[in-house]
Design a protein. Sequence first.
Length: 256
Amino acid sequence: MKYRLMLVKIGVKKGLASKYALLFWLFSILISTTVQYFLWKAVLIGKPNREFQETISYLVLMQILTVLFPKTSYELNDKVRSGDIAIDLLKPLSISTQLLWEGIGYSLVKFAIIGVVDMLIFFWFLDFKIAFSTILMVLVTAILGYFLYFELELVLGTFSFYTYSIWGITTFKEAILLVLAGNAFPANFYPSLLKKIAQYLPFQYSYGAIGTLAQHPAWNLFIKIVVIQLIYIVAFNLLFKLLFKHSANATVIQGG
């Protein structure tokens, strides 16, 4: 546990070193939120004000998750390109554990600088009227969503062993998330076919499903989301271990 806390501290230091970049990120998010406010105000003209509030709060929640979720694939790619991966493999903790705890530290800084402001905006749009049980359900699914996204990023990061840059792969991932995750607009605006497809894929359970739960809290929906999240977390974890073992062995065979 002591080593894990040390990794969290390293992540915090990395975040503090980037504090000015994070402040600019905060300003860009505030501008984006302002644009979305007037855009959806025009789209939902004539609709009940409650629907507008839920839509905007949903989008703000998606922004919070986007900020907090780790970019582990880039971290792993940098380690492979620089050769630091060889040193990390000699450490007492697995590479995934190292990246997880370091990422948590960095996410804590992002939450302190950006997340707190976004959370206040989120609650403000809901007139600070949200049940404790809803907060609890959203918090649990958001934490599991973090781990699910982390495992997905790890899987993508293993492609670093086969290609010099994973920029194209991550760009493709972002496009998929834009279409299927529900982080750009609420899932209820999806066409029925796309909505059905998204229900069986992991992407929505890192983003859209959490927002839907915040809009329409129910214990049966909460349990369904948690179960699916856990299944995908385990599946991606096993897939990463399989891919990473093969990739690391291939790297050693080729001379390190």
